[in-house]
Design a protein around this ligand. Structure first.
Ligand code: ADP
Ligand code: ZN
Length: 599
């Protein structure tokens, strides 16, 4: 049966080899075993159930919460010649009925189905009348209450095992943490399943975290200089900021649309559909956008606000570069972010234990933002994957960060907090240090404290950098009410003079630009091939529009890139490109060969 799997890999999907551990997962399912698959986004989870569904007799049932994306997944399958369909509440009633009949007659290979349907008695009854080859539970972390995408409908899925004990099940997720993993296994009754966990690194994503100066302007120059004609996602914390940023980007000539839970369903749907269908487009969104965004060619993910933990950061940035081509995860952050998140945490009404966990997670996130060594090593380490060498593809590896001995400055900054009774925010503290006679200073007589004016040697932004790092590294705590800072236990040794501290040297305003820009310009192809690249993209877009499907459903960027590199001179050569199966060869081969011949 494995031979049949290889044949399908080539003839239907146009790939020459399985990525580990796809072949093992498929092997297990073909033997009738259950499987639990943990792979990073873009790792290639889909093939793990698509191929066994084609090899085994009967129809494969894929449970997916992503109704908005089902149609695209089905289109992609149909393009490759697979008999696929979907069933969900957004389909006309006649459609679902027709799918049911086709399945009973054994005319389908694969059905994508929404979890809420599976809970219905009538669905179970109908499945009993079909020959089912496997159940694939996609986004399986939705069954976990610990994770953040919990769906109560997923709880019903344990039923499948009871009703269809002989049909193999495969649960798939990209969510790494151990607790979620355990919960999935126990809730879905997968204790007997073979478990496949693959490494979590996404080497094609370049991680960069920069100090916030003028966030919008920084974002604009990042997009313009590195990703001008690409698709990307910009994450903000609040709906208001999403709207304002999308509007501002549009005014700057960037095709940008907002996405958040406050928009009407129609608008959200429209904007998401646009994002899937178009190539140079930016979605500005809250975290409401994204679960399983199945667009392979998202070239950048930008964060204007700091995520609450590394899990969220990794999941959000992971939406870039699913096709394996170079992509950028870019973030700006600053003192306000640190204060705001610490403040939110302090005011959270969750129970103490939960709060402590959240706090620790936030501290790791802040640590990642401040760290001067390889970001990827830090991330992998956080997830328990060992990475012996620095990655060479993050900002700290590309432009080693400078540090300075901040011991004296830190002591001044901390004493200033102490001398002013631990009741003030950073702006005021900096005024005191720099000896500025503001209204507030006179009001509280702070011109008379011993730290008044002792910090005129550093600029305001340098002091902000000092305070940011002291808060981020836990020397100072933040009060919930007004964001006042106060001394944390950890600062004692530093104040006593028993400890020194190295601080990250933040680039000055203006200089920072040269520090990051130009380094990582995304060039999918060589300069001389740009025209051909654009022509191929135009051809793909035309074919996609004719059928009302997203361009990547026709061919991925990686396939276009291969066309340019290997310049196939006929259908035979074309068929060897990665991503070209028999059906696509017949359907599109000659069109693309024509474009290639013109250049
Ligand atoms: P996931 O669901 O894990 O995020 P996908 O299944 O969408 O990932 O696959 C990510 C990308 O990798 C897709 O573009 C897919 O076509 C490609 N891919 C998957 N398996 C292979 C393979 N064996 N060879 C080449 N490309 C592959
Ligand atoms: Zn690195």
């Amino acid at each position: 049966m494995m031979q049949e799997a290889y044949r399908i890999l080539e003839s239907v999907f146009g790939y020459t080899a399985f990525r580990s551990p796809q072949d093992e997962v498929i092997g297990a399912i073909l033997e009738g075993k259950d499987a639990f698959v943990l792979m990073p986004t873009g790792g290639g989870k889909s093939l793990c159930f698509q191929i066994p569904a084609l090899v085994r007799p009967g129809v494969g049932i894929v449970i997916s919460p992503l109704i908005a994306l089902m149609q695209d997944q089905v289109s992609a399958m149909c393009q490759a010649g697979v008999k696929a369909a979907c069933m969900n509440s957004s389909m006309p009633p006649g459609h679902n009925y027709e799918v049911e009949n086709q399945a009973r007659r054994g005319e389908l290979d694969l059905i994508y189905i929404a979890p809420e349907r599976l809970a219905l008695n009538q669905t179970i009854e109908w499945l009993g009348q079909c020959d089912v080859s496997l159940f694939a539970i996609d986004e399986a972390h939705c069954v976990s209450q610990w994770g953040h995408d919990f769906r109560s409908d997923y709880l019903q899925l344990s039923l499948l095992h009871e009703r269809f004990p002989n049909v193999p099940r495969v649960a798939l997720t990209a969510t790494a943490d151990a607790k979620t993993r355990e919960e999935i296994i126990s809730r879905l009754g997968l204790e007997q399943a073979s478990v496949f966990v693959s490494g979590f690194d996404r080497p094609n994503i370049q991680y960069r975290i920069t100090q916030k100066q003028n966030a919008r302007q920084q974002l604009l120059s990042f997009i313009n200089s590195e990703h001008a004609s690409d698709a990307g996602v910009v994450y903000c914390l609040s709906r208001k900021k999403v709207d304002a940023t999308a509007k501002w980007l549009s005014e700057q000539g960037i095709k940008a649309y907002p996405y958040h839970a406050g928009l009407s369903k129609d608008v959200r749907y429209q904007n998401q559909a646009r994002f899937l269908k178009e190539e140079s487009i930016v979605i500005v969104a809250t975290i409401a956008f994204g679960m399983g965004i199945d667009k392979p060619d998202v070239r950048f993910v930008a964060h204007l606000d700091l995520p609450k933990n590394i899990e969220a950061y990794y999941q959000e940035t992971g939406r870039a570069g699913r096709d394996g081509l170079p992509s950028t995860a870019w973030m700006v952050y600053g003192l306000e972010d640190v204060i705001k998140l610490k403040q939110m945490m302090a005011g959270s009404e969750a129970n103490e234990q939960f709060k402590r966990i959240e706090q620790r997670k936030l501290d790791s996130m802040l640590g990642l933002a401040e760290i001067t060594s390889c970001r990827r090593q830090t991330i992998m380490n956080y997830f328990g994957d060992d990475m012996p060498e620095p990655c060479g593809n993050c900002d700290n590896c590309l432009n080693p960060a400078k540090t300075w001995d901040g011991t004296e400055a830190a002591r001044k900054a901390l004493s200033c907090v102490y001398r002013t009774d631990q009741r003030f925010g950073v702006v005021h503290l900096i005024s005191v240090l720099r000896g500025k006679l503001t209204e507030k200073i006179t009001q509280f007589n702070h011109q008379n404290v011993s730290t008044f004016g002792i910090g005129s040697d550093l600029s305001e932004s340098q002091w902000r950098s000092v305070y940011r790092q002291l808060v981020a590294r836990g020397y100072l705590s933040v009060n919930f009410d007004y964001g006042q800072v106060y001394l944390a236990d950890k600062c004692r040794a530093l104040l006593r003079g028993d400890e020194t501290i190295e601080l990250r040297l933040d680039a000055d305003k203006g200089k920072q630009k040269t520090a990051s820009s130009g380094k990582a310009k995304f060039t999918p192809v060589k300069d001389e091939d740009i025209d051909l690249w654009e022509a191929l993209r135009a051809c793909r877009k035309r074919l996609a529009d004719d059928q009302g499907v997203p361009p990547f459903v026709i061919f991925h960027d990686a396939t276009l890139k291969e066309m340019i590199e290997s310049k196939p001179d006929g259908l035979q050569a074309f068929s060897t490109l990665s991503g070209v199966g028999q059906k696509k060869l017949d359907k599109y081969g000659s069109e693309f060969l024509l474009v290639l011949a013109e250049y």
